[in-house]
Design a protein around this ligand. Structure first.
Ligand SMILES: NC(=O)c1ccc[n+]([C@@H]2O[C@H](COP(=O)([O-])OP(=O)(O)OC[C@H]3O[C@@H](n4cnc5c(N)ncnc54)[C@H](OP(=O)(O)O)[C@@H]3O)[C@@H](O)[C@H]2O)c1
Length: 255
């Protein structure tokens, strides 16, 4: 049975999509568990949302690359909030724009450990709580990079093709249970993503120059819509791009 106030765990809630999802879902009456490495940011967000919406919000430090960190975060969140119904495995990053043969180990490991292994660890730790509740929804945050590879993105694209594969596999594995599985796969969106990827504010700003990209709230709205649909409806995948972006290789710049 759908709970009146679903309890939603979000990784990567310190900025971008994760923060926007937290804001939107709190406004809809969801209780929240918010995690990221920058715990002071998620704590401040938790305090704000609790006051504004009267929902319960747990904030914790989590590094999704590490099993013990994820297990502790999930266990503490479930204990504090009285269970979990929704997992949003959002934490992720692109690091650099290297040709495949140039990719340093550090960037390779950051992307594969966060975008692939971190997602497995999050789902593995959280799923028993959804099963216990008998109602749940798992969200993967994929990317258009998981649909169309591009130069300079081999490892990031591989990681997001991996996310797509995991969403498909999990949906098959959970068939017969009341746990929905959705992958929300955005194109270009303005968050801290390009700052993290390019490590240069001016270069990051240039990515969006003359374009009206998706906002973090556009992506959060996709999650809200899938979550609020009746229980028998599962949206497998949402591929969402701004109007200016027709593909990884066709972008309309207005100036
Ligand atoms: N923006 C885009 O154009 C775009 C498009 C398609 C898909 N995506 C995907 O959307 C997701 C969110 O990205 P965003 O655009 O919102 O970027 P963002 O603003 O940089 O947010 C990324 C979030 O992930 C967290 N994170 C990164 N590594 C982590 C780790 N090891 N452990 C825990 N949290 C970690 C960051 O928090 P801390 O640094 O505080 O840990 C931050 O909260 C990512 O999976 C990204 O690949 C983004």
């Amino acid at each position: 049975m759908r709970p009146e106030h679903p309890i939603v765990l979000i990784t990567g809630a310190s900025s971008g999509f994760g923060e926007a999802m937290a804001r939107l879902l709190a406004s809809q009456g969801c209780h929240l568990a918010l995690g990221a490495r920058r715990v002071e940011r998620v704590q401040a967000l938790a305090d704000e949302l609790q006051k504004a919406h009267g929902v319960k919000v747990f904030a914790g430090a989590v590094d999704t690359r590490h099993t013990a960190s994820v297990d502790t975060f999930v266990a503490e969140a479930a204990a504090e909030l009285g269970g979990l119904h929704v997992l949003i495995a959002n934490a992720g990053l692109a690091s650099g724009t290297y040709k495949m043969w140039e990719t340093p180990d550090e960037d390779l490991e950051a992307m594969m450990r966060t975008n692939v292994e971190g997602v497995v660890k999050t789902v593995r730790a959280g799923l028993p709580h959804l099963r216990k509740a008998g109602w749940g929804h798992v969200f993967f945050i994929g990317s258009t990079a998981g649909h169309q590879p591009y130069e300079g993105g081999s490892v990031y694209c591989a990681s997001k093709f991996g996310v797509k594969a995991m969403a498909h596999s999990l949906r098959l594995e959970l068939n017969g249970e009341q746990i929905r599985v959705t992958s929300v796969d955005p194109g270009m969106a303005e968050t801290e993503f390009s700052n993290v990827r390019l490590k240069d504010g001016a270069k990051a700003a240039a990515v969006y120059q003359g374009v009206k990209p998706l906002s973090a709230f556009d992506v959060a709205e996709c999650v809200r819509w899938c979550l609020m649909l009746p229980d028998h409806v599962n949206i497998d995948e949402i591929l969402v791009k701004c109007v200016d972006q027709a593909s990884a290789y066709k972008l309309h710049r207005r100036s």
